[in-house]
Design a protein around this ligand. Structure first.
Ligand SMILES: [Zn+2]
Length: 427
């Protein structure tokens, strides 16, 4: 409790909103959010202090139930979307209400964090008058709390009447919810029933996200003839699998390294006579006087849009299968991991609505950011089906690192912006 009072005094220094261009209702929204900040921070503190590592499914559900109570109090219909036991996931918390006014909104965030119970704990605490730390405080528990607090303000002013809003909080975002075909099927179906998706991963007052790259993985297998090293480059022994693997990987670099939005990284390579491999770990045997017969390389590929995703696979496959050095052959296997979110015209138009809110609040311009700088996220699974924007959550630093922080001065302002954005879209 003492903690919270110190926090609240800090919040009073939050930048004053220039409310000239806001409506009467919108000014009230700002007042209510300021008044409810101590409650909001208490919720954030309690929520952050429940461990919610993705594989701690009980913890993820416990944290989710804390928020479920808040949605229930506001009259949302709440349910847990359960997943098969074979998938270690807490499932997803969904809170919905239906009406006829304005756009139908899907609000997205995630309940889980990268911090499992056996990792060093980092309870919620203040570092100074404008910064707090804690597990998932900015990625993405702060994002969940931004949604709850914005909706609470709208609810207390009677502004949620007759609107359609579904809040979808996933329980396994940090592992990419594998297999996605199962874990993301429900959110994709629900997305199709809405007009706009607003995602509350971390962002800033002046940068959100209208496009983010997707990421897949690839395994390259190269085979040569095992023989005495003295015969290398000869007719019988050929060039061996290591020379061929380096030809292929260097050809990838030469052919594709300057393509916009595309990166690909060989993260592991091993060559010799015997390989024992698992997903991220390879044991290799070989000798300096034996021509290597097997080489494996594992890597990722990051792309923007399905077209680039398809085309890069064709180009890489062609390099792998054509022009093999004598006595070698090779194959490459791609695995889908995460689709991308393309910065479509519709997404830009949604950004323009947010930009108007920003300007009306006196916060300056907000831009869509550079897709190159953003990692993959849940929004990408639905972005092909619905106009989307991401990065509406809290601001802070150090996601996925032990000292992760949230900016408490900007938090009330980001909640206000979210609430006014939702309010305008649902009129
Ligand atoms: Zn996240």
């Amino acid at each position: 409790m003492k903690n919270i009072l110190i926090l609240f005094s800090a919040i009073c220094f939050a930048p004053a909103i220039n409310a000239q261009r806001l409506s009467k209702d919108e000014k009230k929204i700002i007042d209510v959010i300021n008044t409810q900040m101590p409650e909001t921070l208490r919720l954030l503190e309690d929520f952050v202090n429940i461990n919610a590592g993705t594989f701690n499914t009980e913890g993820v559900r416990k944290g989710g139930n804390l928020l479920k109570d808040e949605f229930d109090k506001m009259g949302f219909t709440t349910e847990w979307i359960k997943l098969p036991d074979s998938i270690k996931s807490a499932g997803h918390l969904v809170a919905s209400r239906k009406g006829k006014k304005g756009k139908k909104l899907l609000l997205l965030a995630h309940l889980d964090t990268v911090f499992e119970p056996d990792m060093p704990s980092n309870p919620f605490r203040l570092l100074n008058d404008s910064t707090a730390t804690g597990q998932g405080v900015v990625d993405d528990k702060g994002g969940d709390v931004v949604i709850v607090a914005a909706l609470q303000a709208l609810h207390s002013l009677g502004l949620l009447k007759n609107v359609t809003i579904t809040t979808y909080l996933t329980g396994d975002e940090e592992t990419g919810g594998q297999p996605a075909a199962v874990t993301r099927a429900d959110v994709i179906e629900k997305a199709k029933l809405h007009d706009l998706a607003l995602s509350f991963e971390a962002g800033t007052l002046n940068t959100v996200c209208t496009g983010r790259r997707g990421a897949d993985t690839w395994n390259l297998y190269v085979y040569g003839i095992q023989a005495h090293s003295s015969g290398i480059f000869g007719e019988k022994a050929g060039y061996g699998s290591i020379y061929e693997a380096t030809r292929i990987i260097d050809s990838f670099r030469k052919a594709l390294s300057t393509e916009k939005y595309l990166t690909f990284n060989p993260g592991l390579i091993a060559g010799g006579t015997t390989l024992v491999d698992s997903t991220d770990n390879v044991r290799v045997y070989g000798k300096d006087n034996i021509i290597a017969s097997k080489t494996i390389a594992l890597g990722d590929v990051r792309f923007l849009g399905e077209k680039q995703r398809r085309e890069v696979r064709v180009k890489m496959k062609s390099i792998v299968e054509n022009g093999n050095l004598p006595g070698t052959r090779a194959e490459i296997v791609f695995s889908d991991a995460m689709p991308s979110m393309e910065p479509t015209e519709a997404n830009q138009q949604l950004l323009a609505v947010l930009n108007k809110v920003n300007n009306d609040m006196g916060l300056g311009e907000v831009t869509g950011g550079d897709p190159m700088k953003r990692g993959a996220g849940d929004i990408a699974f639905i972005a092909d089906y619905i106009t989307s924007i991401d990065g509406l959550g809290p601001s802070g630093k150090g996601s996925h690192a032990p000292g992760e922080t949230i900016n408490l001065k900007e938090l009330p302002v980001l909640i206000q912006r979210a609430a006014i954005f939702i309010y305008r879209l649902t009129r």
